[in-house]
Design a protein. Structure first.
Length: 275
């Protein structure tokens, strides 16, 4: 197995951007959804599933400079001038935010047709559902393609013709001829990704956003319906897995992926505790 895709987005809800490599620190991913938009009228973190036009926007953050590109314009500047602090609801979870002063809020408000404020998220992972790292496999992507009537090979032989972007995973792992949903077997075990090791929490709950067209918005597939019959845990539809970092390291495209034996996983935890 090897790492076939690496991706994240600095601004929650915007297009998932592919990377050649990614450093996994001990806790959270500081560059992943480091920013979000606050929905002023609803008094909560903007919900992408309700405003999926945000998927057509791209964000690039090379600290301190943040560039947001939308279909109606571009805003760029140093995102280090902070304003008011607030606590906003994120799907029932209070999340600390700090308003970022600059041109981005006005541009995205005009694009979405509603008043929003760009905010810096407090602790890393504050607007990430589940663990800081998520993983999907090519075997499972191919099965989703089959169930939704799409080309299982896609343009590059890796499934669903969309390279996993709709699932917004940190890593897509090429699992070769392994069966669909093989990643479920990794629950509770450690997964070595290049130099890093993560401990898999379990299957990751999914919302209706996976039915939306990546980098465009609008419904283009019935993925949740295709998964509903046999991919439920406690009433929630799941796909892929989420994980925590137990050994920091850098993960590059093409890096070997291996499921660690249980005793090796325990050794990793012991070493982490000693640090």
């Amino acid at each position: 197995m090897y790492v076939a895709r690496i991706g994240l987005t600095p601004v929650k809800g915007m297009a998932h951007e592919f990377l050649p490599e990614l450093h996994l620190p001990a806790s959270g991913l500081p560059g992943d959804r480091a920013f979000c938009f606050y929905d002023v009228a609803a008094d909560r973190v903007l919900r992408t599933v309700d405003h999926d036009a945000l998927l057509a926007c791209h964000a690039r953050w090379v600290p301190p400079r943040l560039t947001i590109t939308t279909p109606v314009g571009v805003a760029a500047g140093d995102a280090d001038e902070l304003g008011d602090r607030l606590v906003a609801d994120y799907w029932g979870r209070p999340t600390e935010l700090t308003v970022v002063r600059g041109p981005w809020s006005a541009l995205v408000s005009r694009y979405l047709g509603k008043d929003v404020l760009l905010c810096r998220v407090g602790p890393p992972g504050g607007v990430v559902w589940g663990g800081p790292v998520s993983v999907v496999t090519t075997s499972s992507l191919a099965e989703v393609a089959r169930r939704t009537g799409r080309d299982p090979g896609g343009e590059d032989g890796r499934g669903d013709g969309e390279d996993g972007r709709r699932f917004r995973a940190t890593f897509v792992v090429d699992t070769g001829e392994a069966p669909a949903f093989v990643e479920d077997e990794w629950t509770g075990r450690s997964l070595r990704l290049g130099d890093a090791v993560v401990r898999v929490r379990g299957p990751l709950e999914r919302c209706a956003l996976v039915d939306r067209r990546p980098e465009a918005g609008g419904r283009d597939a019935m993925v949740l319906r295709a998964l509903a019959a046999d991919r439920r845990i406690d009433g929630q539809i799941v796909f892929g897995v989420h994980a925590d970092v137990v050994r920091p390291g850098t993960v590059r495209l093409g890096a070997e992926v291996a499921v660690e034996a249980t005793d090796a996983a325990d050794a990793v935890d012991a070493a982490a505790d000693q640090r």
